[in-house]
Design a protein. Structure first.
Length: 196
């Protein structure tokens, strides 16, 4: 189970598993199980939030669960928006508003100080093990959004050694380089074991 309603995250995990040759697992999302009380994301770190989400879903369903908490840490903003990334503009999940606010906050920041990193902490809870891993994808914040792919801050994130934003990459290119792809790759051995 993926403790998320974000279909793009579910598809991303499926691609990572397929690329790694992991079979024998059926992926479910929170939309595929009976509703349960989900604890609010109040952790100070991505790791705390991911582990809390995975524990809640496993406790409620008894199904081995992966949960991700991810966001953008901008150097010039002392690591913010960080765990507040999804609700930076005030309401959860308003991608365009979040990116617009971030760009406004960085308007006067010179290019050489626009460094940032996408961070993903992924937790796997299966009743026997609790594993938490972290992936980081470094880059910089652009001056304006570019690209139609991806989600979140992808249109304003220019990965290191790339001339295309994360939103201009193909799904396969993004999976190979992204913070979530890097974190999920670390979980492949445990997921392969679960798949038998």
């Amino acid at each position: 189970m993926v403790a998320s309603r974000n279909r793009k995250k579910l598809a991303e995990l499926r691609r990572v598993l397929d690329t790694a040759g992991v079979s024998g697992l059926t992926l479910l999302s929170l939309d595929d199980v009976a509703p349960f009380d989900e604890a609010p994301e109040t952790g100070a770190t991505f790791e705390e939030n991911a582990l809390a989400k995975a524990r809640d879903a496993f406790r409620a369903t008894g199904i081995a669960t992966i949960a991700d908490d991810s966001g953008l840490e901008v150097d010039a903003l002392n690591g913010m928006p960080g765990v507040l990334s999804a609700r930076w503009a005030g309401t959860h999940g308003q991608d365009a508003a979040n990116s617009a606010l971030l760009l406004a906050q960085l308007r006067d920041v010179p290019d050489e100080r626009r460094g940032a990193g996408f961070v993903s902490a992924c937790a796997l809870v299966d009743g026997t093990h609790e594993v938490v891993v972290r992936g980081v994808w470094r880059g910089a914040i652009t001056r304006a959004p570019r690209g139609e792919g991806g989600f979140g801050y992808d249109p304003v994130f220019l990965p290191e050694d790339s001339d295309r934003t994360a939103a201009e990459l193909t799904p396969a290119e993004k999976d190979a380089a992204s913070h979530r792809g890097r974190a999920l790759a670390q979980l492949v051995p445990a997921l392969r074991e679960l798949g038998g």
